[in-house]
Structures are given as C-alpha cells and as structure tokens.
Design a protein. Structure first.
Length: 249
C-alpha cells in the first residue's frame, strides 16, 4: 500500500512545470522556494551643467549692493563694479541679481535699481515681468516718466498678448498720479483690444479718467463691467458678503 502511494507521487514530484526553472542544459536556475529576481531601477542621471544657484545667493546679492552703494552715479563705474561682481561665476548669478533688486526695492533705492536693471538688460539677463515691473516703478519714483513710457511702448510692441495685467495696472496708476487721463485711456484701449481684464482699483482709475473728459456714462459702463457684483463689509461686528448694489452696500 505504501509502495503504491509512493509510485503515484513520483511522477508529480519529478515533473517540472513547462518553461520554468530551465537553465543551460535543462538544469534549474535557482533553488526551489527562492524569490524571483526583481530588476533594479536605473540610476537617475545627474548632469553637472544643470545647476540651481540657491546656496549663498543672499550673500552674493548683498555683495552686489555693497559693490554699487558707495559708487558715484556714473555708468562706467557702476557697470565696471557689476562686471567684476559676476566675473568669476561659472554661470551668471541670476538668482542673486533678482534678490538684490528685491532688497534695493525695500530700501527704496530707485536710482540703483535703474542702474542694475539696465546692466542686466545689457547682458540679456533677468528679463522677467517682475524685472520690468520693478524698473517701471523705479523710473516713476525717480521722476523719469518719459523713460518709463518709452520702455512700456517697447514692451507692448514686442510682447503684445503676453503682457501681464500688473504691468497695465502699473502704467495706469502712474498716469493717474500724474493726472494724465488721456494716457490712462490709451492703456485701457490696449487692454480692451488684448482682452486683459483690469482689477477693481484699475477699473476705478479708468472710470475717473472718463469722468475727467465728461463721459460719465462710460465710467458707469466700466464699473458695471469690471467691478464684482459682491463685496465684503463689516456688519454688526462680522464680515459679511453683500451685493454691491444692495441696500447694505
């Protein structure tokens, strides 16, 4: 009985599943019960020429400010110091230059912002919308409105449909402070043509420009079109949302 049972098991134990465990010459490639081999993931490649300049960028920005803060307002002196500041960098220190502009803006050093930004533009570097916005603000604060207008015209002619809303708002605010409603309406005409929607403050400045020319109906049209239908007010000690044309507005 035991012999017959053993004979029935022998074929099952001896038979190997087809296509499995076959090595060279038909032998088993791994021991019974061992885990299947899992292929390793390929190592991630690291390229030395792709580098984010973050470490020490704040100190480099401070060195830039120190390099130009004590110099006379002469282009040769400023540009020479900035050239030395970036001379030994393996890559142009873009992040450091951008941080330096932010620091100069906080310090309200408008002339230095103009000088540094124009040097960057001469190098073809940091040509971002933030840079343009900072430059327009600095030119306005330094009383160089004509120069700001010249740069604005270059920007709008070169980039056209990619100019962000904040640059339009910057120019409209500048013209509103300078009491130039004609220029405000010129910028607004470009916004309408390009489909740029002004924010609420900008819409009010545009409306005031229409009022200056006695066109109150156009002011009403602009405010109805661009002011939000809802606003928040404080009522009974709470901040509540009400309709702008409602009884609580």
């Amino acid at each position: 009985m035991a012999g017959a049972f053993a004979l029935r098991l022998v074929p099952r134990l001896a038979a190997a599943p087809p296509g499995r465990g076959k090595g060279v010459g038909g032998g088993s490639t791994h021991a019974a019960g061992s885990r299947a081999l899992v292929p390793k993931k390929p190592k991630k490649e690291h390229h030395l020429w792709i580098r984010k300049e973050t470490a020490g960028s704040g100190k480099k920005a401070l060195r830039l400010i120190d390099a130009v803060s004590k110099l006379p307002n002469e282009r040769e002196a400023i540009y020479g110091a900035l050239d030395k500041w970036s001379a030994f960098e393996p890559e142009f220190p873009i992040i450091s230059a951008a941080k330096a502009l932010v620091m100069l803006k906080r310090q309200r050093k408008w002339l230095r912002i103009i000088q540094v930004t124009k040097w960057l533009m001469s190098k073809g570097q940091v040509l971002t919308w933030t840079t343009y916005d900072t430059l327009l603000l600095a030119l306005f604060m330094d009383g160089r409105v004509d120069e700001a207008e010249s740069i604005w015209n270059t920007v709008i002619e070169t980039h056209t449909r990619s100019v962000p809303k904040r640059l339009f708002s910057r120019m409209i605010l500048m013209y509103d402070i300078r009491q130039r409603p004609d220029k405000i309406l010129e910028v607004f005409a470009d916004m309408e043509e390009l489909g740029v929607r002004p924010d609420e403050d900008t819409a009010r400045w545009i409306g005031s420009a229409f009022v200056a020319f006695g066109q109150e109906e156009k002011e009403k049209y602009v405010l109805e079109k661009y002011l939000k239908k809802w606003k928040y007010i404080h009522f009974n000690g709470e901040r509540v949302r009400v309709r702008r044309d409602g009884p609580l507005a």
